[in-house]
Design a binder for this molecule. Structure first.
Ligand SMILES: NC(=O)c1ccc[n+]([C@@H]2O[C@H](COP(=O)([O-])OP(=O)(O)OC[C@H]3O[C@@H](n4cnc5c(N)ncnc54)[C@H](O)[C@@H]3O)[C@@H](O)[C@H]2O)c1
Length: 414
């Protein structure tokens, strides 16, 4: 075999992992079928932002290919392909199936195939069964298959790859040992379990977060009904209360949270609960638009609305599955004049001052650190109209209200 490991799918999960394997001294082949990704890497340029990876890329000895079949030149093959959800609540395994079919004729005894993508329960057993059915291997004896899920948050890769427990679900003991041997050089403690438990642990890590954030969002909408202040209610709940606390509201989505719950929901015995959680988050943009309309009166037609933030969470440049886009679409359907500013994403947006200039409404859609500064609110007070309505479900600007007129909050603070 020419390489120790091949990583197929050099996206936000695969590329930092491939670089970490290279940094740990393994010979690595990276495969991606997107020519733009390969072109960027050949120029030693990260296609996205992930702290610390520019330095790793600058010194990595990373072989590259666009053909998944080349993965068979490595002893271990790690699949880090996207696993979206179909709109009908079912995992879309199209990319995994396609790469497996490319590899199938070339797999040999002793190969290890690792599923690093997030998958629905039972997918690792499916992959093992697929190799047995089509090639006659006995998985766990001739070839090895394991699920080693990725639980690192965006922007935290290098901080967590060496410390966050590495869950290994091998098909049979020998698969688990082979996968542990592959990941051991990265330094994190290895926790062995079964494939389906590894799959459940990953998706329920995200389901737990998604459900947890739904509660403050639901409370925010309840508070609007009763003309109460959600931040004050949350403070009352949490203050010196010894049995946990409730989180803060915000726009909750992103490629993982927005779809991973469907991998449970597609076969759930209690269908509906997680769909309701999703409905809470997905209705927050409309809740904000309706709240603005109620306060402004007369609709949003030709009113200038500045949306601050396109990314799905603070300080990342990842805007996939961000609710900002839904918010903007809803505002455009009201015929508002929408200006967008995001200081982090690659998509070109207006400058901060241009976006907020003469705005009737400013909505903080992402709580980027750039907005969590007193100067941000001061600039809005100066550049937007005195009656500008500031909408900030994150309380990033420190107004202490989801909807506040800038003149009131700035006067209060003066
Ligand atoms: N982004 C995250 O923070 C994160 C965190 C944990 C888990 N995950 C999971 O990890 C998986 C990957 O996520 P991601 O965000 O890195 O996805 P991504 O879309 O950024 O990366 C997937 C890459 O695979 C490539 N690809 C697709 N088909 C291919 C093929 N046939 N051959 C070669 N390359 C191919 C794409 O060009 C892309 O670069 C998903 O299952 C996701 O749910 C993501």
């Amino acid at each position: 075999m020419t390489y120790d490991v091949c990583v197929i799918g050099l996206g936000r999960v695969g590329l930092p992992l491939a670089l970490s394997f290279a940094e740990a001294g393994l010979s690595v082949l990276g495969v991606d079928n997107d020519p733009d990704v390969l072109a960027a890497l050949r120029e030693r340029r990260m296609p996205f932002k992930e702290p610390g990876t520019d330095e790793l890329l600058a010194r990595a000895d990373l072989a590259l290919s666009h053909r998944a079949a080349d993965g068979a030149q490595a002893r271990s093959i790690v699949l880090t392909l996207g696993t979206p959800s179909f709109s009908h609540i079912e995992i879309d395994m199209g990319d995994i199936r396609s790469v497996l079919d490319d590899l199938l004729p070339l797999l040999q005894e002793d190969h290890l195939v690792v599923l690093r993508s997030t998958v629905a329960p039972g997918t690792t057993a499916f992959v093992a069964g697929y190799l047995e059915k089509h090639r006659g291997f006995t998985v766990g004896e001739d070839v090895f298959v394991a699920h080693v899920p990725e639980r690192i948050a965006a922007d935290r890769f290098l901080a967590e790859i060496g410390t966050l427990p590495c869950i290994v679900g091998g098909v049979g003991e020998a698969s688990g040992e082979r996968a542990a041997e592959l990941f051991a050089p990265l330094g994190a403690p290895i926790v062995q379990t079964t494939p389906v438990q590894a799959e459940l642990a990953k998706i329920w890590t995200n389901i737990f977060r998604y459900a947890t954030f739904a509660l403050p969002n639901l409370l925010m909408m309840d508070c609007e009904r009763y003309d109460a202040n959600v931040f004050e209610v949350i403070e009352l709940i949490n203050r010196d209360y010894p049995r946990g606390g409730i989180g803060q509201p915000g726009l909750t989505a992103g490629t993982c949270l927005r779809k991973d719950f469907t991998f449970s929901e597609e076969r759930s015995n209690a269908p509906g609960m997680l769909l309701a959680v999703s409905r809470v988050h997905e209705s927050v943009p409309l809740f904000l638009v309706d709240g603005v309309k109620r306060r402004l009166g007369g609709g949003l037609r030709e009113r200038k609305v500045a949306v601050l933030g396109l990314a799905f969470k603070a300080d990342t440049d990842d805007e996939r599955d961000s609710l900002s886009h839904k918010l903007i679409r809803l505002l455009e359907r009201e015929l508002a004049d929408v200006a967008v500013h995001d200081p982090v994403v690659a998509t070109p947006t207006s400058g901060f001052e241009e976006a907020i200039g003469d705005a009737d409404v400013v909505i903080v859609a992402t709580n980027h650190s750039a907005f969590v500064r007193p100067e941000a609110l001061r600039a809005i007070a100066e550049r937007a109209g005195a009656d500008c309505l500031v909408v900030d479900p994150w309380n990033a600007l420190g107004t202490g209200q989801v909807f506040a007129y800038v003149s009131e909050v700035v006067a209060l603070r003066a």
